[in-house]
Design a protein around this ligand. Structure first.
Ligand SMILES: N=NNCCOCCOc1ccc(-c2cn(C[C@@H]3NC[C@@H](O)[C@H]3O)nn2)cc1
Length: 448
């Protein structure tokens, strides 16, 4: 057994996202998002699940905050649904939507919980997607308008801001692989989307500074750490491409003002280019205050000319996997955090980390021991990272509760709290109580 003591000011939290938990999809003046459309497209989401009800947190947020208080977290990451604020994307502001989030944020603050707000967690107003989505500068301008409304409304209440969640998912999972909304499968479209969201990010940061909003702002890339299957240059290059598309493709423009040239050249071979306009890179590279990092797993990659746009495939090395099929390998987080140091010792929060373990109720309890073991391993790496002097300031478990896991629907469960989707009854799992103890002690005690 080892005791890992965390810094006194370390932030402990959980994370969720609007479309995944709120429900009330046709209430409160909310407009249609691309996920409402995608979920209703046959074959896109397991079992035809959608976010119409989800966890009904739109109506049950006070109950959720009581669970957060019981858990003992001091930070809660959530996202605001753009379609609740400006239902048609860039038209009229919906006061009812703003009032909902004011009630929610006020309750969080009353509970002594710091709101950590994501402006965009994938629920783009459908009207904007119909007009070209992130590849159209109209959407970029609409995002800035939406962000400025939120900044002005919540300045002083919300002090931690993220512009975008997982830009790789927004651009490539959703527009090259077609797995998430809107489901495009086109490399040029995905590069247009990636560039559009980066320009939107930079413009929103400029607005944040110009409006004098108190607090810190950043972005939350998801990590795809990978190691080469062999020492061959081809496997190493395939590995580098995989890592770069999740990280460097977004963080080089933000921190260096340029795209990684080796990747620009790689895509040029496929006839795809980045639609950079005059001034874009200066806008994108506005200084930011923090990074959110979402980590779940890592891969062992090798070159395969048949393996998609990157010609890089993940090899199944027989590791223990979670129930969504992701290998459990916490050392990738340690390796990635050191990789990240090339951008400087920036303030970092782990804004998502968790395990899909589909244990169900057993005599009123959920003995999700595999989830506890996952968290134990990853928190031990977090301690290692902090011990190396890296500015890792906080940790948010994904997720507070089971919720709509995108194309997997409700079958995949990441929550510390079980949700019965018929009754909407919330039941803390054994991992909830384990995490509660870690937070209370501010230390991790490994069990073996
Ligand atoms: N058809 N071709 N398929 C090729 C390969 O696709 C396979 C599917 O790939 C992926 C890759 C990554 C993810 C993913 C999900 N989360 C969890 C969420 N993070 C934000 C929050 O909302 C959580 O719910 N993080 N990453 C899903 C699917």
């Amino acid at each position: 057994m080892t005791i890992f003591q965390f810094p006194q000011d370390f932030r402990w939290g959980t994370a969720t996202a609007s479309y995944q938990i709120e429900g009330a999809a046709q209430e409160g003046g909310r407009g249609v998002s691309i996920w409402d459309t995608f979920a209703r497209t046959p074959g896109k989401v397991f079992n035809g699940d959608n976010g119409d009800v989800a966890c009904d947190s739109y109506h049950r947020y006070e109950e959720d905050i009581e669970l957060m208080k019981k858990l003992g977290i001091n930070t809660y990451r959530f996202s605001i649904a753009w379609p609740r604020i400006i239902p048609d994307g860039d038209g009229e502001i919906n006061r009812e939507g703003l009032d909902f989030y004011h009630r929610f944020v006020d309750k969080l603050l009353e509970a002594g919980i710091e709101p950590f707000c994501t402006l965009y967690h994938w629920d783009l107003p459908q009207v904007l997607e119909d007009d070209g989505g992130w590849g159209n500068r109209r959407t970029v301008d609409a995002f800035v308008k939406y962000a400025e409304v939120i900044f002005k409304e919540f300045t002083g209440k919300i002090k931690f801001w993220l512009t975008f969640n997982e830009p790789w998912c927004i651009a490539f999972l959703s527009n090259l692989l077609g797995v998430h909304a809107p489901g495009n499968k086109d490399l040029q479209t995905s590069l247009n989307v990636a560039h559009g969201l980066l320009v939107a990010h930079g413009k929103a940061v400029q607005s944040f500074r110009r409006l004098g909003i108190t607090g810190q702002i950043g972005i939350a890339p998801n990590v795809c750490w990978a190691e080469p299957y062999s020492k061959s240059p081809e496997d190493q290059a395939a590995c580098d491409r995989s890592i770069a598309l999740n990280t460097d493709w977004f963080l080089d423009p933000i921190y260096k003002g340029t795209y990684p040239q080796f990747m620009v050249d790689w895509f040029a071979q496929a006839g795809a280019t980045v639609p950079i306009q005059e001034g874009d890179m200066e806008i994108i590279s506005q200084p930011i205050d923090l990074l959110g990092i979402n980590y779940y797993t890592m891969g062992i990659n090798r070159f395969n000319p048949e393996a998609g746009a990157l010609q890089s495939e993940e090899v199944d090395m027989g590791l223990t996997k979670t129930d969504i099929g992701w290998p459990i390998e916490s050392r990738g987080l340690y390796e990635f955090m050191h990789y990240l140091q090339k951008y400087g010792n920036v303030d970092v929060y782990i804004t998502e980390n968790g395990a899909c373990i589909n244990d169900d109720l057993d005599n009123g309890k959920i003995n999700d021991d595999r989830r506890i073991s996952y968290y134990e391993q990853h928190l031990a790496q977090i301690h290692r990272i902090i011990n190396d002097g890296i500015n890792l300031k906080g940790y948010m478990a994904w997720s507070l509760m089971d919720n709509f896991e995108w194309a997997e629907g409700y079958r995949m469960r990441f929550g510390l709290v079980h949700v019965d989707y018929r009754s909407l009854v919330r039941t803390p799992k054994e991992s909830f109580y384990w995490y509660q103890n870690v937070i209370k002690n501010n230390w991790l005690e490994t069990r073996n």
